[in-house]
Design a protein around this ligand. Sequence first.
Ligand SMILES: Cc1ncc(COP(=O)(O)O)c(C=O)c1O
Length: 356
Amino acid sequence: MPPAEEYQAYLKGIWEREWLTNNGPLVQELEKKLKKYLEVDNLLFLNNGTAALQFAIRSLQLKGEIITTPFSYIATTSSIVWERCRPVFVDIEQESLNLNPALIENSITSDTSAILATHIFGNPCDVDAIQKVANKHNLKVIYDAAHCFGSSYKGRSIYRYGDISTASFHATKLFQTVEGGAVITSESELNRRIEYMRNFGHDGPENYRGVGINGKNSELHAAMGLCNLVYAERILNSRKMQSLYYDKLLSELNAKKPAVLQDADINYSYYPLIFEHESMVVDIKNALEKDEIFTRRYFYPSLTQLDYVGEQTSPVCSELAPRILCLPIYYDLQESDQERIASIILHAQHHCTSII
Ligand SMILES: Cc1ncc(COP(=O)(O)O)c(C=O)c1O
């Protein structure tokens, strides 16, 4: 949360203007500042990251099958189904947990229209390899970059890759606007189309351009974003420090972290650990919960388990998803808390391995 008085200063302006939504001045200011901060050509602030995915699929007029990852939050898959396309899961890489580009080609059929990959935990996919397959088969590429605020690849914001990248600014994200999201594309025409789509298709009060829906966000949400954007660098730095400190504290732990591409810079938005056995995940989670410390099994179970995706298998994902645990990481996390967390984990590991 930003300091309350900084948010209240924005509220004062909103009360004076009485302009609450419909592309207000704070929404415009936030979009402008985000474009500058992220060095992207176009960015549209939307009501959430799931809507951003739906706008991406809709605006690219995708049909039939969309190749996607089974290791992500449910919104990646559900938005494909919601837009009446069929998710086709391609397995993930063992090391990075991202969609495995080497397996994409095998799953392409005459019905495939796009690839929708997630940069999981803010860790960039192999975007060069994915783009190469997409170009060869004339497929669109969407990146679910919900976790990626501040991540980059080859020195450019990761949002600049693919036909469209989508962001989530949900309250749980590193940069948050309470609820919120964005679509980012370098194609101006596509950006314009989505701009109409997010506002019912309105082209002035009495004219419409195509079918639209309500994807707008409000002045109150934009104000939260403007307050938090000032602290973005500080938040990113603190995450990095906290991650490095966990690395140090947990150097004796029998667990791995996901591999990062050489040219990628991650934002440390999560601290995922891959354990050797699911039993260790369960024991460590329970041990921490006894002390009121809450971890998450992100992302478990594999999305292939959903009852609306048909029979599909992704053996690597199904084997890995039960073995991953994300440790607490947030701006105010103190070193003393990290030490307490690490000590509980190491103690639980000791107990667990002596049983195994
Ligand atoms: C990978 C991923 N995609 C999409 C979303 C959806 O974003 P939102 O909650 O803003 O709709 C989330 C998280 O919430 C996510 O983790």
